[in-house]
Write a protein that binds this ligand. Structure first.
Ligand code: ZN
Length: 274
């Protein structure tokens, strides 16, 4: 049954992953990867998976694979990073503005009990990490990287609660300071390495996992998933490896100096008449 679904999907892939759905850069690699992770649930090698509400065909693929699923109906928020350097006031303002409802995401899993456990929870990066069984080391680093964006932009605009809108708007803008650029460069180059070393993992591997390769928590998962993919879904395997290579090449764009980056940034601004 599964190989029939895979065959059909490879013939005519459609969006089932929250990654790579931007209209300017559609990357089917993540859809193939999401399919593998759903197949891993079928095989009992993974408990669950979350397909974001913005993904068009989440329900369709769950039905095709006869997976248990339910739409989320809880709350969501942001996790504060370790060694938070921001003031108490700015921190609580960021948390307040980051709160919201968590509805419509598709939680799928190997049985109804698993889904019941998650669909009404408070969703944040830690919960998603738990749901999809990412290694704790990688979840922690992801949380710290994410929070670090707020910390470094606060150094530019000022660590005050009234600046939280600016902090939230500009937290991903590498042109704001060399320090921000260098942080993003490190994260994105690690991301590139992750695609190369662990092409079957959905999550971003942490620095530790990257340097310990196959013996790391991510490395062990990657090896187990690689085996299933190679042996049971060879055609899907080819697509995943091709896509991982494309993602590696794409993210290696960050391998440049701040000066080079800013020259490119200025040219881009001129082109767009800013
Ligand atoms: Zn890790």
């Amino acid at each position: 049954m599964e190989s029939k679904v895979v065959e059909k999907f490879l013939d005519k892939p459609y969006p089932i992953s929250g990654l790579g759905i931007s209209s300017s850069y559609p990357e089917p690699y993540y859809d193939y990867l999401a399919l593998l992770h759903l197949l891993l649930i079928k095989k009992g090698m993974k408990k669950g998976f979350c397909i974001p509400v913005a993904v068009k065909y989440g329900v369709k693929i769950c039905k095709e694979l006869k997976l248990a699923f339910k739409k989320s109906n809880g709350t969501c928020g942001i996790v504060v990073g370790e060694n938070n350097s921001l003031s108490k006031e700015t921190t609580s303002e960021i948390l307040k503005k980051g709160e919201g409802k968590w509805t419509g995401d598709i939680i799928c899993g190997y049985d109804d009990d698993f889904i019941k456990e998650y669909f009404e929870k408070h969703c944040d990066h830690t919960l998603i990490g738990k749901l999809e069984e990412y290694p704790d080391c990688c979840v922690n680093q992801f949380v710290n990287n994410f929070w670090g964006d707020y910390e470094s932009i606060a150094e530019v605009v000022g660590d005050r609660p009234e600046n939280v809108d600016a902090i939230r708007e500009r937290n991903r803008d590498s042109s704001q300071s060399e320090k921000i650029f260098e942080r993003h460069k490190k994260i994105l180059l690690e991301y590139a390495q992750g695609r190369k070393k662990f092409p079957y993992a959905m999550h971003q591997a942490c620095t530790e996992c990257l340097s310990n390769g196959n013996n790391s928590p991510t490395g062990k998962l990657n090896s187990a998933w690689k085996k299933v993919c190679e042996e049971e879904f060879p055609e899907l395997n080819k697509e995943i490896l091709k896509g991982a290579k494309r993602e590696y090449d794409d993210k290696m764009w960050w391998n440049q100096s701040y000066q080079e980056y800013m020259i490119g940034f200025a040219e881009e601004m001129k082109k767009n008449n800013y």
